[in-house]
Design a binder for this molecule. Structure first.
Ligand code: DO4
Ligand code: MG
Length: 280
């Protein structure tokens, strides 16, 4: 089942049918115990209509309102190796290596709704950076009591030269206007996401594919519950939260995003998040 936030209301896609929820507050709609069963119950009393598909096509928004977006890092081997390389002049070889094996994961604050874009909107790269990449990440929606209630596609757009220069610059490399993309929907199921699900990143320049790679979720070093337990250990989230779970795909070092590039991230069962890098 998929939940879409649109400017015309909240659309539920279930078994090939589309329903318009009676809810009008996104935070109340998604932040519920046993979300899957609650929404299943609601749609039993709603009339499906293919017109709601047009709401998704024409009025889609990022699936977020009063939630904070957090992100985990160095959760895949590829991410550890790339960070060690980019930060070696700053002595980074050691701390990325250590965090990969440490019990405590890297978790950092990424964005609130004002810095997040949805499917079809523009992402940004920083004007003061020369080396920028998309980071395709399975993103969890966790309710206020700490249950993983749904999944979406996330792009943790990042500046590699700023991050590599000094680890203390990480917040600037990661958090700026339109540096986070989420969408197109929240995928809600009565069982955990299949660990064999694939994440695919494709980048198009002038209509041509300049990068394409996939990785399965089972390549992640940590469990999703482990990441959630650290995020919720000392933080309360009254509307629930989104947690990006780290990237396992990083383009080769010679690659940097350019204005006009189209970035498409697909995760099996969830969908495709598509964004274009906007003019500076
Ligand atoms: O440590 C830097 C950031 C890591 C990150 O964002 C990732 O691995 O996805
Ligand atoms: Mg990341």
């Amino acid at each position: 089942m998929k939940l879409y936030k649109t400017a015309k209301g909240f659309v539920v896609e279930d078994e090939g049918q589309y329903y318009l929820s009676k809810h009008t507050n996104w935070d109340e709609f998604i932040n519920r115990e046993n979300l899957y069963f609650e929404v299943k119950r609601e749609i039993q009393n709603l009339k499906p209509d293919f017109d709601y598909l047009n709401y998704i096509k024409d009025y889609l928004q990022a699936p977020i309102a009063g939630q904070e977006v957090w992100a985990s890092g160095v959760t895949y081997l590829r991410s550890k190796n790339a960070r060690m390389e980019e930060s070696k002049d700053a002595g980074g070889g050691d701390f990325y290596d250590r965090v990969y094996d440490a019990p405590r994961p890297e978790i950092f604050f990424k964005a609130t709704v004002g810095r997040v874009v949805g499917n079809g909107e523009n992402i940004r790269i920083r004007k003061d950076s020369k080396w920028n990449v998309p980071e395709p990440e399975l993103t969890l929606f966790i309710n206020s009591s700490g249950q993983i209630s749904g999944y979406t596609v996330g792009n943790d757009v990042s500046s590699r030269d700023i991050e590599g220069e000094n680890p203390l610059y990480l917040p600037q490399a990661k958090s700026y206007d339109k540096s986070a993309a989420l969408g197109p929907c929240i995928f809600v199921s009565d069982e955990p996401i299949d660990p064999q699900s694939k994440i695919t990143l494709e980048i198009f320049r002038g209509g041509n594919a300049v990068f394409s790679q996939s990785i399965e979720l089972n390549q992640m070093k940590r469990t999703l519950k482990e990441l959630v337990s650290y995020l919720y250990a000392e933080c309360t989230f009254v509307n629930g939260s989104f947690l990006m779970t780290g990237t396992g795909i990083i383009p080769e070092d010679s690659f940097s995003l350019q204005v006009g590039d189209k970035v498409e991230i697909t995760i099996d069962n969830i969908g495709k998040l598509s964004n274009t890098v906007e003019t500076k």
